[in-house]
Design a binder for this molecule. Structure first.
Ligand SMILES: Cc1cc2nc3c(=O)[nH]c(=O)nc-3n(C[C@H](O)[C@H](O)[C@H](O)COP(=O)(O)O)c2cc1C
Length: 355
């Protein structure tokens, strides 16, 4: 029986999702400075097994299960995320300018769908501040930084390119990898750079394809893209020597949900995450893997709650996976359970199941 599901979750779910998130981040921040509290948590939650280790983008990962962007936007919870057993964490999205994000409420749980809708709107402390924080943090897991364009519709054209570059330059020295978020559904123009011509300009402007030393660069794509759009974007990314993909970002679709149309109407716009996008995410990963001919590794994300969900993404072609909504619904033990499941699966595969 999961203590979280039956005891803690009902209490947390009595709070609004915005308050719950602020509270959890507050607790993480408190723990962050108290190593003596984090150490026992890490001993309890992290799963160490040689079979879980991965080398991807030239980086060593202790296990393939990472934290997806959006949870630790400001890199204030890295110690806690490591203690909970995550094999990497993607912080952000961060933007060149600090921003408060959209007004609350901006987070909604769809309990019967084990899903969530958010319109956070890229609130964060700004790329330079977050970079400084990462530089001071004592984490040992790889940390990616997800960068997006400042949420301001007045920043377009050349200014938009420069905005991305400001963030890129601010975080490049502290990021183990950088994810270009070109698929945010919560900024009016957040998906602009998912247009192949503009993505081409952005990658050119950031000189991703040049021989200059830089951390691995990944592009995060939206689950709502059609196959022909994915194929075009892969062509652009390949031409610029992008190192990999994060698939997928949230969806603007509301198809197939159990949640009533009235409630969805009341919630309004935002990106859908969790179980509701799991199957589409897996299909997307399989198609992306096939289209990119497996040349660029994929971090698979979208509706991962269990080891079986993670295995589905890995079998579809992902090299690593990430979790966000699964953490809300399954609680802090989610990474341990997934990792243990992966270890068991690995042993079954090698015929080593009895040990
Ligand atoms: C509350 C919330 C905030 C998010 N913020 C970001 C973000 O700032 N940048 C980003 O690239 N993705 C963001 N995401 C998307 C997640 O990183 C992930 O791609 C998506 O939620 C699918 O994974 P999941 O089903 O495990 O949640 C956010 C998701 C949620 C639920």
């Amino acid at each position: 029986m999961s203590l979280y599901r039956y005891l803690l979750r009902p209490l947390i779910f009595r709070l609004s999702p915005d308050r719950a998130h602020d509270l959890v981040i507050g607790v993480c921040k408190y723990m962050e400075k108290r190593r003596w509290l984090l150490d026992p948590i890490e001993r309890c939650f992290s799963v160490t097994d040689a079979g879980l280790k991965r080398k991807v983008f030239g980086l060593e990962f202790p296990n393939p299960v990472g934290l997806a962007a959006g949870f630790d936007k400001n890199a204030t919870a890295l110690g806690m995320m490591q203690a909970l057993g995550f094999g990497h964490a993607e912080v952000g999205s961060v933007t060149a300018r600090a921003s408060a994000g959209n007004p609350k409420p901006r987070n909604f749980r769809l309990v019967c769908d084990e899903s969530a809708i958010n319109r956070m709107g890229l609130g964060n402390d700004g790329a330079a501040v977050v970079a400084e924080r990462i530089g001071k943090s004592r984490h040992t897991i790889p940390v990616g930084v997800n960068i997006a364009k400042t949420n301001d519709p007045g920043i377009t054209g050349q200014a938009a390119l420069e905005d991305y570059r400001t963030s890129f330059q601010a975080v490049r020295a502290v990021a183990d990898f950088i994810t270009l978020n070109v698929s945010c559904p919560n900024a009016g123009d957040g998906r602009t750079f998912e247009e192949p011509g503009l993505l081409d300009q952005l990658l050119q402007f950031l000189a991703i394809g040049s021989d200059q030393p830089r951390p691995p660069v990944l592009v995060k794509l939206s689950v709502d893209l059609a196959p022909d759009q994915v194929a075009e974007l892969v062509e652009v990314c390949t031409a610029h020597r992008v190192d990999g993909y994060v698939a997928v970002n949230t969806s603007v679709s509301r198809a197939g949900l159990q949640t009533s149309a009235e409630r969805l109407e009341r919630i309004g716009p935002g990106g859908l995450s969790g179980r509701a996008i799991a199957a589409r995410s897996t299909e997307f990963i399989a198609y992306l893997h096939q289209t990119s001919k497996g040349h660029q590794p994929i971090i698979g994300v979208g509706g991962i709650f269990t080891a079986a969900d993670a295995i589905e993404k890995l079998n579809a072609g992902a090299s690593l996976v990430q979790v966000y909504t699964g953490l809300i619904f399954e609680g802090p033990g989610v990474v341990r359970r997934i990792c243990r499941g992966l270890v068991r699966q690995g042993r079954r595969k090698t015929g080593d199941g009895k040990r």
